[in-house]
Design a binder for this molecule. Structure first.
Ligand code: KG4
Ligand code: ZN
Length: 325
């Protein structure tokens, strides 16, 4: 079995995964959303202190598995340096105490493997990763062959929902509240511009849209919020659809996946389904509970890395101060 730890942002999570069957045997996550909500975003120092409390509590519960462990895996990048270090320090201590190898997992690869918890992998795959830290399109052939096709030049898709929610005083995380508010809103009332629509680049940008929402909010009353949320969600999604359309002119999608915390967004899911229809492409989605950060996805990557003996020496694993989302 492999014990995996996730602490890259505001979720403390530990999982136990069976190497042979790829089955998830244990998973527990303690989220810090409530604690950060009053600040309208994640406060790194507070997040680190909460990880230091939560991770040992979860670790207590997996003590019965200790004698079966063949490796310990941990998210090492990308993420907030001060929170990553909490998980990495715990993983190193477990590696030393139990004399088992250490596996250092990239968080973004973790999100891709959230599709395959309890399952075999399915490659090649075109992936849209939409989270609080990233908006990326990737072409995945295998764990060792992942090409990034497009990235955000500024804010990410999820982050733009968080910022819009903050401007409306709706707390953190913004994605679920904006989605809920948008449900009854008029998506066409506010004519926000689709970012980079005149540009031939296959890239993303959300800071301009966020500013357009800020301006709209200046003359709005509370009763307009649902229309602003709906129009924002529509344009934020159309931006992704427009750029993917451009990419699909070059590379026909066969199997397409949306992963990351914001892949839970229902409007995004339905618009991507529509986009894929004429291509006859299959859409893969993670189970809702594994869209946002979790340790089950880190454990699933770790099985692949364990089989390929992709271990990391303790001295090679350090978190640089530059390692922020
Ligand atoms: O993957 P994740 O848990 O953390 C990162 O790796 O960043 O993603 C969290 C992000 C937050 O920005 C949150 O607002 C967004 O995912 N999110 C959503 C929805 N649910 C979560 N965004 C849009 N619609 C949603 N339903
Ligand atoms: Zn994530």
């Amino acid at each position: 079995m492999i014990l995996s730890i996730e602490s890259s942002c505001d979720d403390s999570a530990i999982a136990i995964t069976d190497i042979k069957t790829k089955k998830l045997l244990f998973h527990k996550k303690i989220s810090q959303e409530l604690e950060h909500s009053v600040y309208g975003g994640v406060v790194p120092e507070l997040a680190a202190r909460l990880h230091a409390e939560a991770l040992p509590k979860i670790l207590e519960q997996v003590k019965p598995y200790f004698s079966e462990l063949k490796a310990v895996a941990v998210t090492s990048t990308p993420g907030l340096a001060v929170t990553l270090v909490e998980g990495v320090t715990m993983a190193k201590a477990i590696s030393i105490a139990l004399e088992i190898p250490l596996i250092s997992v990239n968080h973004l690869i973790g999100h891709i493997y959230s599709l395959f918890i309890d399952k075999e992998t399915q490659f090649p795959l075109t992936v849209l990763l939409v989270s609080g830290g990233h908006t990326q399109v990737m072409q995945v052939e295998s764990i060792e062959s992942i090409t990034t096709i497009a990235k955000s030049m500024d804010d990410s898709f999820g982050e733009s929902f968080d910022k819009v929610a903050k401007m409306m005083d709706l707390g953190y995380p913004g994605g679920p509240v904006i989605q809920e508010l948008a449900k009854d809103g008029d998506r066409t009332r506010y004519n926000f511009t689709i970012p980079l629509s005149q540009s031939p680049l296959i890239a993303f940008s959300y800071s301009g849209l966020k500013n357009a929402v800020r301006v709209a909010l200046q003359d709005a009353s509370k009763s307009d919020y649902k229309d602003i949320a709906a129009s924002f969600e529509h344009i934020a999604t159309m931006h992704l659809v427009q750029k993917l359309k451009k990419y699909f002119k070059k590379v026909q999608p066969k199997t397409f996946a949306i992963v990351g915390g914001a892949s839970a967004n229902l409007y995004l899911r339905s618009e991507i389904e529509k986009l894929l229809k004429p291509h006859n492409a299959k859409l893969l989605l993670s189970e809702l509970k594994y869209c946002s950060d979790n340790a089950a996805m880190i454990g699933r990557v770790a099985i692949e890395m364990y089989e390929k003996k992709m271990f990391t020496h303790l001295d090679e694993l350090s978190i640089s101060a530059k390692s922020s989302i």
